[in-house]
Design a binder for this molecule. Sequence first.
Ligand code: MLT
Length: 243
Amino acid sequence: MMLVHTSIIPDDIRRWSDNYFDITVVIDVLRATTTLLFAIRAGAKRIVFTKSPDEAFSVARNLEADTPLLCGERNGKKVPGFDLGNSPCEYTDEIVGGKTLIYASTNGSVTMHLAERVARRTILASIRNISAVAKYIAGNNPKKLLLICAGKEKRMSLEDTYCAGMLFDKITGIASEVPADDETIAAQLLYHRFGDDVGEVFSHSIHGRYLSEELALWDDLAAASEIDADDIVPKIEDGEIIL
Ligand code: MLT
């Protein structure tokens, strides 16, 4: 039996004790867990994630014998002094291949730090690797699973909750006996409302609309909406992605 919990807002996980879960999954569809898939695929040598841009600058200063790329965003835009923003298409083989990345995003990297405490293993999911993550979970058959939505500035985000629902739906398709809490069921119902029309979800979400209407990042939304375009399941440990 696999008991599934969902935290629709990341702060909710503070109530869980250390390592309460066998596996936890961090979801930040727009855009952290989408963009990090691109960074991995492009061959980054090392990816360290931090809770803030200031921490990113300080980690970079203390790295010996390596010139890292500072990556991430504030308000969806590249941080002044950073090398890259948070658009998936920036993370190409030419730019990040063989490089150390220090990554700071508003919600995603902060949630990744919070998540590590409550589970023995922490993995990253987005729409792009959803079936790979579902298969990984079913294969590992955790007794207790937590899905954590990064949300938007401590509030719920439609796209992360929808993605949690899609993931749970896929898990129930391949694993038996998967009781879940009400947040997980609510997320699944949200997924059933939109089906696989991820673009429609983005058009209703505050952050989806911000990225398209304010920042014109249409390519980012297209990249984030591709179901099963990736089969990588990123794992994190001690503030780094295990590569
Ligand atoms: C975040 O971590 O808050 C996001 O990835 C924001 C974004 O860059 O769209």
